[in-house]
Design a protein around this ligand. Structure first.
Ligand SMILES: Cc1ncc(C[n+]2csc(CCOP(=O)(O)OP(=O)(O)O)c2C)c(N)n1
Ligand SMILES: [Mg+2]
Length: 346
């Protein structure tokens, strides 16, 4: 993102919307830092990190219409979920695995769901969310629903899955109202992009499916908003799916369980840090007079305060009760392991 450019393409966004973009990005960054701290303190078992993905996610969230669209995320989408309306407290309930979490504290951490916000529950199986998203888009089409669409996100590594291809192809053939957003952070855990694919431009694959494809600077939240917005407009107006590839970078290890020093150099990470979207966008808004340095500092302090409160509140909540272990796993009170019928013989 160029902060010194004389061109100031706001893509029609108001001052308030631009500050909202920054707020979502800061909340994303600071909340995930808290996840890593809590893990190192031994308070939560696991956290993942989207540092470097803030611009893509804040931009995409702004293009999403709450109450109409449906989102099928993947595990690195904290910022997108926050931008759509998930609260830091709800994120913390997931990380602490507490009973009040939407999934009863029994989903994998960072696997949020919110029926009210239109956020579908996440499958940890890479690329499964694409077939779920395409199914939902197919339902919208069959029901004749207009002016709404499905957004689904995934990483670069995900695009090697057969299910990824099947989903894009099915959506293209049926011209389904779905936006495919690739958050290309150059790594799939320890596998670099060049070991994953010989064609590094994922968006170019769109042509093979007969749908529009577009690449966008994943460090520029305004450009990401515009790209996802355009794809949403197409989907909502019956124009079918679009593949958007946002090129960004994963600054931290894959998760708290990973040590990226074993497979990539510090120099590579430091070079990518030069493009860090969070301080760059903050500076852009200051340079353009939308924010003073003092109000940026105050904004960060207020966000940190909100995160502190959410952390304390979630930590004080109870774990799920042991008797709840099998609740909502199978329909009704069906407990096949208590069946009196003899086991099947082979
Ligand atoms: C089908 C399947 N295979 C492997 C895994 C293990 N796994 C979890 S994350 C991941 C890397 C995915 O990389 P990418 O799609 O680029 O997303 P990123 O984590 O970089 O955002 C892998 C291989 C999985 N969850 N599901
Ligand atoms: Mg990746």
């Amino acid at each position: 993102m160029k902060t010194d450019s004389s061109v100031w393409n706001r893509e029609g966004l108001s001052d308030e919307q631009l500050v909202t973009l920054l707020r979502t990005m800061l909340l994303h960054r600071l909340l995930e830092a808290r996840g890593f701290q809590l893990n190192r303190q031994g308070k939560i078992p696991f956290a993942s990190a989207g540092e470097g993905h803030e611009a893509v996610q804040a931009g995409a969230a702004l293009a999403f219409t709450r109450g109409k669209d449906i989102f099928f995320p993947y595990y690195r989408d904290v910022g997108l979920n926050l931008g759509i309306g998930l609260s830091p407290y709800e994120v913390m309930l997931s990380l602490f695995g507490r009973a009040a979490d939407h999934s009863g504290g029994r989903q994998f951490p960072h696997h949020y769901a919110s029926r009210a916000l239109g956020i579908a529950t996440i499958s940890s199986i890479i690329a499964a969310q694409l077939s779920h998203a395409v199914g939902a888009a197919y339902a919208m089409q069959l029901r004749g629903e207009r002016d709404r669409a499905v957004l689904t996100t995934f990483g670069d590594g995900c695009t090697s899955e057969g299910e990824w291809h099947e989903s894009l192809n099915f959506a293209a053939v049926h011209r389904l109202p779905v936006v495919f957003l690739c958050e290309n952070n150059q790594w799939a855990i320890s596998t670099p992009l060049q070991h994953q694919m010989a064609q590094p431009d994922i968006w170019r694959r769109a042509e093979g499916y007969g749908i529009p494809g577009r690449s966008v600077d994943g460090f520029d939240p305004i450009a990401c908003y515009a790209a996802v917005r355009e794809a949403f407009d197409r989907a909502r107006s019956g124009g079918g799916p679009t593949l958007v590839e946002a090129k960004c970078y994963r600054y931290l290890a894959h998760t708290t369980d990973d040590d990226d020093r074993t497979y990539r150099s510090r120099e590579e990470v430091a070079a990518a840090r030069q493009h860090d979207p969070v301080p760059n966008f903050e500076q852009l808004l200051i340079d353009r007079g939308l924010l003073s340095a003092a109000s940026a500092t105050a904004l960060k302090a207020a966000i940190l305060n909100e995160i502190n409160e959410a952390t304390d509140r979630a930590e004080a909540m109870p774990y799920p009760a042991a008797e709840e272990l099998y609740a909502r796993v199978t329909a009704d009170a069906h407990e096949p392991w208590r069946s009196s019928s003899p086991p099947h013989s082979i």
